[in-house]
Every structure is written in structure tokens, then in C-alpha cells.
Write a protein that binds this ligand. Structure first.
Ligand code: ADP
Ligand code: MG
Length: 339
């Protein structure tokens, strides 16, 4: 059995050769304090965030794009592989996508965790490359392609040509920072404390990077949140408006735009010329923030496209490699082969 894994900071997806995407769950592990064994993993564990009694913690082992908790990460990979691939797993080969910023120590940890989950051979592939393949970009051509993958913990910006990453940048600004910006705004402006799950709900329901043309109705929407008043500690509800949420998101959105600008500046002129001509492709869940594409296009003067199914691009890219291990080995000449 050959498996591709998108080990994301927010979501983990698995692709099985010949089958397609077989698992898609949050990268969360719930553990009981003191004991190291997981009480719940994935969807079930995410439900517990913000709702756990003191003795249970919901861990996101890859939260900021680095492995913050090795044991939890290992447990999570093992759990997902067992769940997705039933029965015996003889001669399992895995292609695991990792953030481009991970250290050699972390790469070894991921290889180790994959092997303990039953992999005979492990290939690591950099996320922006997988995202670009999954988005259908011509990565092997002698032509610069730019992909911006906006995940939960990180945004990865990369220019790819001839099957390799030419220039890349990874910043720790992604969907989580957008959520935190909403939480901060509500605390400062309305003296109300809301949880991170609530902030994410606000973002997904009424968040935007710019006014969305042709959707004036949407501009007038409000979203009601429940929180706890800072001073009295009592519960209260509050209606948030679209323009105020957009203003709250401004800073992290600008940080993402700045990362794209810097990457373009660092990129050889022929390749940035290609990007100018063919545009920038957005992948990852953050690409779904309404009008982010328009704002980025206006800021850079370059056309911007949102990939089809942006949340699936990375795992589909790994899947393409899994379907064709021979071309993978050619493509990943530089990548390590876990032994
Ligand atoms: P990762 O690869 O780091 O696991 P994903 O690509 O799975 O991350 O994206 C998860 C992020 O996308 C989360 O922060 C989530 O809130 C955000 N997201 C998902 N859907 C939307 C949406 N419709 N609008 C804005 N953000 C979204
Ligand atoms: Mg991702």
C-alpha cells in the first residue's frame, strides 16, 4: 500500500494509491494530563478544544509549522494511518508533505513517526511543491510558477521551476493568526472574551480581505458571538459586522501580502516575469477568505487565482507522487529517503 500524507498544522489528509483521498481530519490530539496516551484524535479531539476539563488538553502537534509535541505527532500519524488503511499494511510506502521550514531534526522525527506507523520507506516532499503539483501547475517546465499556500499555522510562498523550489519563504502567519486577530479585536473593542473556535466561525462566516464586488448584501451581514465579559465574567452576546471583522484581519492579511512581495523581489527576473505573465495560485484553507485574491492582485499588479479545492491541493500533489513512485524518485533527487 502506498500512501500520501498532508501533515498540516490544521488538517491532516491521507491519499491511498488507486483510491484517492481516504481521510481528512483536524490535526488535533486530546491527551489526559500525566498519561501520554491519546484520549481522542482528529475530528473527535477538535470538538474538545476550549471545552476540556482541566485534566484534558487538546494538542495541535504541528501548530506553528514545527513539531511542538513529538509524541502527539507520532500518535496522530499512527492513528490516522490505522484508521484509513484497514488490516495489514505490508510494504507500505509513504510520501509525507512537510512545511519547507522544518529542521533536519524535525524531518527525522517525521520519518521516525511514519516508520513507527508502519512505513517501510518514507519520502518527504516540501509542501509548496506538493501544493503546486496538486493545483495543476507545470512544475517540471522551465518556467516560473508561484504558489502561495495559506494554512492554519503558516503561509508558504514559493517560486518553482524545473521541478525544484527556486525561492521560498515561510511565515508563521496563517488562519490561526486571522482567528487571533478577531479574538483580540473583540477583547479590546468590546471587552468580551471569545474562544478560538468561535473566532474561526466568525472568520469563515463573515470574514473578508476586501469588500466582495457584487455582494453588497453580504456587507450588511452580522454574526452573533457568545462570550464572557471581561469585567463581570458573565456571558453576553455581541453582533459583529463585516467591515469591522475585515479591519480586524488587516494586519495578518498585510503580512501575507508582504511575504509574497518579498519572495517576488528575491526571485530571478526571468522567473518573476513568468509569474507576472501566468499569475499567482493560492492554495490552503486561507485561500478561501473572500476577496483575498483581489487584494493580493491589486497589491502586486499580478493576476491571482484560487486553486480548485484549495484545501486538497497538498494531499492531491502527494497523491500524484504516490501514483507514480518512479517519477517521484526523479523529481525528488534532493529529498531524503527515510531509512
Ligand atoms: P494546514 O495545511 O495548515 O493544515 P489548511 O490548508 O487545512 O491548513 O487550512 C486550514 C485553515 O483554513 C484554518 O485556519 C481554517 O480556519 C481556514 N479556512 C478554512 N475554510 C475557510 C474559509 N472559508 N475562509 C477562511 N478561512 C478558512
Ligand atoms: Mg497545508
Amino acid at each position: 500500500m502506498d500512501i500520501g500524507i498532508d501533515l498540516g498544522t490544521a488538517n491532516t489528509l491521507l491519499y491511498a494509491r488507486g483510491q484517492g483521498i481516504v481521510l481528512n481530519e483536524p490535526s488535533v490530539v486530546a491527551v489526559k494530563e500525566g498519561s501520554r496516551s491519546a484520549l481522542a484524535v482528529g475530528t473527535e479531539a477538535k470538538e474538545t478544544i476550549g471545552r476540556t476539563p482541566g485534566s484534558i488538553t487538546a494538542i495541535r502537534p504541528l501548530r506553528d509549522g514545527v513539531i511542538s509535541d513529538y509524541e502527539a505527532a507520532e500518535e496522530m500519524i499512527r492513528h490516522f494511518v490505522r484508521k484509513a488503511v484497514k488490516g495489514r499494511r505490508p510494504r507500505t510506502r509513504m510520501v509525507v508533505c512537510v512545511p519547507s521550514g522544518v529542521t533536519p531534526v524535525e524531518r527525522r522525527a517525521i520519518v521516525h513517526a511514519s516508520r513507527s506507523a508502519g512505513a517501510r520507506a518514507v519520502h518527504l516532499i516540501e509542501e509548496p511543491m506538493a501544493a503546486a503539483i496538486g493545483a495543476g501547475l507545470p512544475v517540471s517546465d522551465p518556467r516560473g510558477s508561484m504558489v502561495v499556500d495559506i494554512g492554519g499555522g503558516t503561509t508558504e510562498v514559493a517560486v518553482i521551476s524545473l521541478g525544484g523550489i527556486v525561492t521560498a519563504r515561510s511565515i508563521r502567519v496563517g488562519g490561526d493568526r486571522l482567528d487571533a486577530a478577531i479574538t483580540d479585536h473583540v477583547r479590546k473593542e468590546h471587552a468580551l472574551l471569545i474562544g478560538e473556535r468561535t473566532a474561526e466561525d466568525v472568520k469563515v462566516a463573515i470574514g473578508s480581505a476586501w469588500p466582495v464586488p457584487g455582494e453588497e448584501e453580504r456587507e450588511r451581514a452580522t454574526f452573533t458571538v457568545r462570550g464572557r465579559q471581561r469585567v463581570s465574567g458573565l456571558p453576553r452576546t455581541l453582533g459583529l459586522t463585516v467591515p469591522e471583522v475585515r479591519a480586524a484581519l488587516d494586519e495578518p492579511v498585510e503580512a501575507i501580502i508582504a511575504a509574497v512581495r518579498t519572495t517576488l523581489e528575491e526571485c530571478p527576473p526571468e522567473l518573476s516575469g513568468d509569474v507576472m505573465e501566468h499569475g499567482i495560485v493560492l492554495t490552503g484553507g486561507g485561500a478561501l477568505l473572500p476577496a483575498l485574491d483581489l487584494r493580493l492582485a491589486s497589491a502586486t499588479g499580478i493576476p491571482v487565482f484560487v486553486a480548485d479545492d484549495p484545501l486538497d491541493c497538498v494531499v492531491l500533489g502527494s497523491g500524484r507522487c504516490v501514483e507514480d513512485f518512479d517519477s517521484l524518485e526523479r523529481l525528488l533527487g534532493r529529498a531524503e529517503k527515510g531509512r
